[in-house]
Design a protein around this ligand. Structure first.
Ligand SMILES: Cc1ncc(COP(=O)(O)O)c(C=O)c1O
Length: 389
């Protein structure tokens, strides 16, 4: 039996090996591996591809989030609202930047935070603090901002979220690590927030040859601050205006990503085509809930994630697919408010039943652009066989 991989990076590389190596070679010849034109050219290319003002290359998606939070003015002990159903780094970045994650639930059909969920929390779970800042009901951490996570390739309604956040004096940072190329109401991440953070981890829709990340912002002063933060708090050599990090995007990564970015549109279309076929095939299967693409969203399907209803049924499907050689993943099996690393926050966290349920129900199927049609058909046949269709 030939396996169907959950993901296979070697297939994409085979289609562009010469271009990637040709782009990287001059750096080896010049030995200019840190910043320089490779990084600044890729930053301009990235910003102009999505019609954005500024892009600042950093060393990972996690660092993109941490630096964006610091540049937003997050102070030690301030709370940042973040969905519990996401990758660890969406919330660990808040702790690493000195803040306190305050976990929210998500809307189950899209897996996303919505303006309604944020609004309800801010009305019911907070009370006014000193000045006109609200306090969370637990731990008395004054709230400073919101981390909006565009999970699996689909954007949160940012205009709606911004309206709610602003009315409570909160800023927003966007975690767009899974959503390069996504849009809501034809707008990319980064327009209704301080900044949007991207990851170029190799398996992302736009993946490098190692770790890498990007922050986009429409605020020139914010971009200048990020440029300092990524180089030890310094713009002029050996003059340090503030505490900073070593968090630069590698020149080598920038070159590789420059070659790959023009192909992102075509890869995204293929992901969307695969998702359409899955949606069609799974439309009426009992206990199998396909992901909902919201009306105004251009979903880039970083993941194609089903919900399987019924105790133990998700794991049973996963076993059946595995027996047929089909790779799957569970993103994410433990909601963040249940992670040991955040155990100290749990006593004050309100119940988050949707995040808990999703972590038991979700299963992601192969959806990478180089997946063959006949491989997808095997996945579809196996899921249908599981429900006896
Ligand atoms: C939602 C989300 N946030 C943050 C990150 C962190 O990105 P990185 O691995 O580049 O640090 C990732 C990916 O790993 C992610 O999927």
């Amino acid at each position: 039996m030939i396996p169907v991989p959950f993901f296979d990076l070697t297939r994409q590389y085979a289609t562009m090996e010469k271009e990637v190596l040709d782009a990287a070679l001059p750096l080896f010849k010049s030995q200019q591996f840190i910043l320089g034109p490779a990084v600044s050219e890729f930053e301009s290319q990235f910003a102009s591809t999505f019609g954005l003002s500024r892009a600042v290359g950093v060393s990972s998606g996690t660092d993109a989030l941490v630096l964006s939070l610091i540049a937003s003015g997050l102070l030690p002990g301030q709370g940042v609202l973040v969905p519990s159903f996401t990758f660890f780094a969406s919330a660990s970045a808040i702790s690493l930047a000195g803040g306190v994650p305050v976990f929210l639930d998500v809307e189950p059909s899209s897996f996303l935070l919505t303006p309604e969920i944020l609004d309800r929390f801010l009305r019911e779970e907070t009370r006014p603090g000193p000045g006109d800042r609200p306090l969370t009901r637990h731990g008395n951490h004054p709230l400073a901002g919101v981390m909006a996570v565009h999970l699996y390739g689909q954007m949160v309604d940012m205009e709606g979220l911004y309206r709610v956040a602003r009315s409570h004096g909160l800023w927003i940072v966007e975690d767009a690590c899974q959503s390069v190329g996504a849009r809501h109401a034809d707008r990319p991440p980064g327009l209704f927030s301080n900044a949007a953070a991207y990851s170029f981890f190799p398996t992302k829709n736009l993946g490098g040859a190692g770790d890498g990340g990007m922050v986009t912002t429409e605020n020139p002063a914010f971009a200048e601050h990020l440029l300092r933060l990524r180089v030890h708090g310094s713009r002029k050599r050996y003059e340090h205006e503030e505490m900073g990090y070593n968090a630069r995007l590698d020149a080598l990564q920038a070159r590789v990503l420059s070659v790959k970015l023009p192909r992102l549109g075509e890869w995204t279309e293929r992901r969307r085509e695969l998702a359409r076929r899955y949606n069609e095939a799974f439309r009426d299967l009992p206990g199998v809930i396909p992901p909902v693409s919201l009306p105004e969203c251009f979903h880039v399907y970083h993941q194609y994630t089903l919900r399987i209803e019924g105790e133990g049924r998700r794991d049973a499907l996963r076993n059946l697919l595995s027996e047929r050689g089909i790779g799957t993943e569970v993103y994410y099996p433990i909601p963040l408010h249940r992670q040991e690393a955040f155990a100290a926050l749990l006593p004050g966290t309100p119940p988050l039943p949707i995040s808990e349920r999703l972590s038991r129900e979700v299963i992601s199927l192969p959806v990478f652009p180089e997946l063959f049609d006949n491989e997808q058909e095997r996945v579809i046949d196996a899921v249908r066989a599981f429900v006896g269709r």
